[in-house]
Structure formats: structure tokens, C-alpha cells
Ligand binder design. Structure first.
Ligand code: AHG
Ligand code: MN
Ligand code: MN
Length: 335
């Protein structure tokens, strides 16, 4: 092990000193990271722990839940409620918000999470993850309700994800840049392995589920057709394509080497703005991407400036390298 790597704990201490980050927020993040370290262990045991396959239940969005969706949701609820730093939490896998029960102390923060992102990849042993977003409880009242969670993404005080891939990686922002930590499985400690991540402004790699091409709106189709035309088309360069079907893994690649990720509105369900969830997926990922110098829009506006109207709201997502996102914005504005 390279002993020069700072532990998550020491990193958070340094943030407290440098930016006056609240100690309770740091402790909450440590608690989430600790639970994800346990999830990482469970994920890697797979069939040996009988955690693969369907739970034969469905969530409020009508999606079939996998065993790991349910298990990870319960693990995060139990540990984060008991941490004493939360007034309440909301999850992709819960119908309604959970107010911290009276047996635990209540704190200043609200937590939102996608406990297991990339469910379709669990059984095929492809990277999956946990995504989280932390908001401050509005101070004007004591009893919280769903309305308190409906804050714009720009209000997030911290966000991140843990990727369960060949390595387990925690990626975190507290609004002062993006930091990556690798879990050392022998000591169960997260160690800082990349600081102040910056996404290249230009890219030659796009990420979208191409099987939906015939359903896309014209601006998205135009953008992708130009990428496919390569060096002999208007973009005058060849593009590469990647689609992992775990947002957490696709966004991690973009934070690592640039690119653009799209899950846009399409005609399959025209009444729905998109597939991905604003509060559990789009907001935390957009916060990370913007903190790394990238951009994130639905199609017309910055995702972080969207006023949420309901907890399980869906949204179209286009994020990644700044100049590529700008091109898609232009196309949507008819320029
Ligand atoms: P989840 O497993 O939390 O429901 O999220 C899956 C999401 C996202 O991670 C991924 O980008 C997208 O669904 C994949 O969708 P397709 O299967 O339609 O490509
Ligand atoms: Mn997800
Ligand atoms: Mn999920």
C-alpha cells in the first residue's frame, strides 16, 4: 500500500479546517461511506451470499426490484438514521420520505439516494453503484415534510457515489472540487487517489442507449448522426461509443477521461420527461460534473437550476464535456 494516500477521515478533517465544513456533515459522509464499504463486500460475494436475482417486488416507479435494491436500501436506511445527523431521508426505492424516528437523534441534514444504480447489471457481474445527495434541512420549522426535500440541485451541500467495479471508488464533492478515493479492502479504508478532478472540455466519446435512436427528438438524433458520420462528416473527427447501462459507471468514465452521457426524453413514453430520476441520480451527478468543470442540462436548462415539483420526478439528462453539452443545447434551441 502507498502510505502517502490521505484517508477519507483525514481528508474530511482538512476540509473542515480549510472551508469550515460542518463536522456533522463530515460524519454523515463517513457513515454513508462505511455502509457502502459493507455493500461492496456483499456485492463481491454475489451468489455466495444469495444476493443475486429478483426480490419479486416492485417500487413506486413500477420497476421490478432486485434483491440487492432492497438489501442496500435497508442497509443505508438503518445506518444513516442511526447516525443522528439526519432529519429525514428519501430513496428511489421508497414510496415516501422517512422522518428520523424518535429513538434516534435528529440532525440538520436530509439525505436522498439511489441505493443500487445499474440493477440490470447485478446478475451479469458488471459495475454498479450507490448515488447520494445531501441537502440542508430548511431551518424555519422543526417538522419536516416532502416539501423540504424539493430543493434545486444547486442547494446540495454534498453529493457523491460509490462505484462497485474492479475497484470500489468513492467520488465526492462538498462544493469545493471533486475527489476520488479507492477502498483499500485489506484495511477497509478509503484512500484519496485523485484530487480536483477536471473533465476535458472537448471529447470524442459519446454514451447513449442507441437502441432507442428511432424514438429520440430531432436535436439528439442530429448530434448522434454527426458523431457517427466521423471524420468525413461535419464534426471532422471519429467518435467512439460506450454504454454500460449503469449511470454510475458511465459518469465515472466521463469524470475520468471526458465524454458525453445522454438519457434524453424519447417518444416511448412522451408524457415522461425522461427515464432518470432528478433527485437521486441527475442532481448528484450534475453537481459532481459541474464541480469537475463539465456541464449538465435537461435539454433547455441546467439540471441544477430545475425546481423539483415532486420527489420521484424524472428528467432528461445530457451531461459531460462542456463543449459537447453546449452543442446539444444549441441544437435544442434550434441554432
Ligand atoms: P437503476 O438501476 O437505479 O434503476 O438505474 C438504471 C438507470 C441508469 O443507471 C442507466 O443509465 C439506465 O437506467 C440504463 O437504462 P437502459 O437499460 O434503458 O439503457
Ligand atoms: Mn439508478
Ligand atoms: Mn437504483
Amino acid at each position: 500500500m502507498n502510505t502517502n494516500h490521505l484517508s477519507l477521515k483525514l481528508f474530511l478533517n482538512s476540509q473542515q479546517q480549510a472551508h469550515k465544513t460542518d463536522q456533522n456533515l463530515c460524519s454523515l459522509i463517513e457513515s454513508i461511506a462505511h455502509t457502502c464499504q459493507k455493500i461492496s463486500g456483499l456485492v463481491s460475494q454475489g451468489a455466495l451470499e444469495n444476493v443475486l436475482g429478483s426480490a419479486e417486488s416492485s417500487n413506486i416507479q413500477g420497476e421490478t426490484q432486485q434483491k440487492l435494491d432492497v438489501l442496500t436500501n435497508n442497509m443505508l436506511i438503518d445506518s444513516c438514521q442511526a447516525s443522528g445527523f439526519l432529519s429525514g431521508l428519501a430513496s428511489e426505492e421508497l414510496d415516501e420520505i422517512l422522518i428520523t424516528p424518535s429513538q434516534y437523534s435528529s440532525g440538520d441534514y436530509l439525505l436522498l439516494f439511489d441505493p443500487l444504480d445499474g440493477s440490470s447489471n447485478i446478475d451479469v457481474n458488471v459495475s454498479i453503484g450507490t448515488i447520494f445527495s445531501i441537502l440542508k434541512k430548511p431551518t424555519h420549522h422543526n417538522l419536516i415534510s416532502e416539501k423540504d426535500f424539493l430543493q434545486k440541485g444547486s442547494e446540495q451541500v454534498a453529493a457523491g457515489y460509490v462505484l462497485y467495479g474492479p475497484q470500489t471508488t468513492l467520488v465526492l464533492t462538498l462544493g469545493q472540487g471533486v475527489f476520488m478515493f479507492t477502498l483499500d479492502k485489506s484495511t477497509k479504508e478509503y484512500l484519496l487517489t485523485r484530487e480536483n478532478v477536471l473533465i476535458p472540455e472537448d471529447s470524442k466519446e459519446f454514451s447513449i442507449n442507441m437502441s432507442n435512436m428511432r424514438h429520440w427528438a430531432p436535436p439528439v438524433r442530429k448530434y448522434v448522426e454527426e458523431c457517427l458520420a466521423g471524420s468525413t462528416g461535419p464534426r471532422q473527427k471519429d467518435f467512439n461509443m460506450r454504454w454500460i447501462a449503469s449511470m454510475v459507471a458511465d459518469v465515472h468514465r466521463i469524470l475520468t477521461r471526458g465524454g458525453i452521457f445522454m438519457y434524453p426524453w424519447d417518444q416511448r413514453e412522451p408524457g415522461k420527461p425522461g427515464k432518470l430520476r432528478l433527485m437521486y441520480e441527475a442532481n448528484p451527478m450534475s453537481f459532481l460534473i459541474e464541480q469537475a468543470g463539465g456541464a449538465s442540462i435537461n435539454s433547455q436548462q441546467n439540471i441544477l437550476s430545475i425546481q423539483p415539483l415532486k420527489l420521484h420526478e424524472r428528467v432528461s439528462v445530457i451531461l459531460g464535456s462542456k463543449n459537447e453539452v453546449a452543442k446539444l443545447l444549441e441544437y435544442h434551441q434550434g441554432l
